[in-house]
Design a protein around this ligand. Structure first.
Ligand code: FDA
Length: 450
């Protein structure tokens, strides 16, 4: 049976004017004032407000060239905010998104509730080869700016802990808000845009398999490499290299760690057990929860330290921060394993306390041996085998070298008109809403400069 889309496509094909096949008859209605060469791209001003929907590029029949003041690659957190910031300033902006919907990572963030910013955002919450780079953008677009936007859209939210703000309902509220802002600013979004090549002549030429776009300003907002199954690609880094920009080596960050096989066999049955610790590596320390997994360690403390951990180096874990564990053993009538077990169960989950003690039995119960035990409790040293990789990482550390970019505008110093924003840049936030705050802040910096 013929679908309405088939009929629409046939009319277009017969007219000889259509550069695309459409997957929805609505496409014809939205662009219905123009059966010429730009059917989908020109939304009549009065129809934009009510009928805005991202355009799906389906299949190219003949190349057609579209011109914009600015083109943004990637309709994620940074790309969408940049698009409406620039749109509000009167720029004709288009966003090309490879996936079939916008903001997929936003939708899965914060357990589906999107931890969209952090009230305690400071430059110290970010890693970068240049620790000063993020300061300017973060100062000019603060958590309050984003909260104002969230409140303008009447999105209910709450502070969970440590300044972390989450949606009360769902992360979809955030993508709806970004889409609405793009609509109001006249920024256009193209889904299923499979970019084949990007060239620079007198302007940038971006070829997707469905169309060609020309623009004097190109913004790369393609994000990092984490969670490839929802569409992460290395294209942002490839484009940086293509244009001669340096890349700081990328690595998975905010990622669970895998223990060597021997430790896995000891601890894997504790999967699901968690305890409060202070974990340190590379002169950084985080005091949060540690969670055992089947293959190793996770939980906020481990995710945080994973961004600093280098393969082959140890993690130092204080299992009882600010607490003295062995004093009750000293004071016990008899110093023995049951007194030690009782002491450790007072600070650690029982199964873990018993397992850990079995592996750290003191030689005897002298004061010296108890001091050694106390030291070991506060410095459990493990050398993880690896991270769980990009499949499980929340973000990618490293990226486009900040030496190549203006900290005020995110524009490349080498290639005029080329901008990089969001996670593709070598700026990585701590866990807790900081990565979105960087996406918003870097996007605003670029959007205001386009
Ligand atoms: P983002 O990944 O959002 O967007 C990039 C877009 O570009 C995507 O839509 C992608 O499909 C598109 N794209 C990629 N390649 C392309 C190409 N070649 N052509 C066209 N489009 C292309 N952060 C935080 O602050 N709070 C949180 O709660 C969470 N939670 C969280 C959970 C999980 C499971 C993950 C994986 C990550 C988080 N994060 C987070 C991190 C946060 O999601 C991330 O830092 C931001 O989304 C980065 O925003 P960007 O816009 O830079 O990339």
């Amino acid at each position: 049976m013929r679908s309405p889309s088939d009929t629409v496509n046939e009319i277009f094909l017969n007219s000889g004017a259509a550069p695309y096949l459409f997957d929805s008859p609505c496409a014809l209605m939205i662009g219905g004032n123009s059966l010429g060469l730009l059917p989908l791209l020109v939304y009549p001003e009065d129809e934009r407000r009510d009928s805005f929907e991202p355009t799906r590029l389906v299949k190219r029949l003949a190349p057609v060239t579209h011109k914009f003041d600015a083109l943004i690659l990637g309709a994620g957190a940074a790309g969408l905010l940049c698009a409406f910031e620039a749109g509000k300033r009167g720029r004709r902006v288009a966003v090309l998104e490879r996936a079939d919907r916008i903001g997929k990572k936003i939708l899965i963030s914060g357990g589906g509730r999107c931890n969209f910013t952090n009230l305690r955002c400071r430059p110290e919450n970010f890693l970068s080869a240049n620790e000063h780079f993020a300061k300017s953008a973060l100062a000019r677009y603060t958590p309050s700016d984003f909260i104002a936007l969230v409140e303008k859209h009447r999105i209910p939210y709450h502070e969970k802990t440590l300044g972390q703000l989450f949606c009360d309902r769902s992360a979809q509220d955030i993508t709806n808000m970004l889409e609405a802002e793009c609509r109001d600013a006249g920024a256009q979004i193209f889904l299923n845009a499979n970019i084949q090549e990007v060239l620079r002549t007198t302007e940038f030429v971006v070829r997707s398999d469905a169309a060609e776009f020309r623009t004097p300003v190109l913004v790369i907002a393609t994000g990092g490499l984490s969670i490839p199954k929802i569409g992460a690609t290395p294209q942002g880094y490839d484009l940086a290299r293509q244009f001669g920009l340096k890349i700081v080596k990328t690595r998975p960050a905010l990622v669970p760690l895998v223990l060597p096989k021997k430790e896995q066999s000891i601890y894997s049955d504790l999967a699901g057990v968690s305890t409060g610790v202070a974990v340190s590596a590379d002169h950084q320390s985080f005091r949060e929860q540690l969670l055992f997994t089947h293959r190793g360690l996770s939980g906020p403390a481990i995710l945080q330290i994973s961004s600093y951990w280098q393969k082959g180096t140890p993690l130092h874990i204080d299992l009882a921060p600010d607490r003295e564990v062995t004093s009750s053993i000293r004071e016990a009538k008899t110093r023995n394993m049951s007194a030690a077990r009782a002491a450790l169960v007072g600070v650690l989950p029982r199964r873990f306390a018993e397992r850990w003690l079995d592996l750290h039995v003191p030689n005897s119960w002298t004061n010296q041996d108890l001091e050694k035990l106390e030291r070991e409790v506060h410095d459990w040293t493990l050398v993880p085998a690896d991270t769980e990789g990009y499949e499980k990482a929340e973000v990618t550390a490293g990226g486009v070298d900040t030496d190549e970019l203006s900290s005020k505008t995110m524009e490349s110093g080498k290639v005029r008109g080329l901008f990089f924003i969001g996670e593709v840049v070598d700026v990585t936030g701590h866990l807790g809403g900081f990565n979105f705050q960087w996406a918003w802040a870097s996007a605003a910096a670029a959007g205001r400069a386009l």
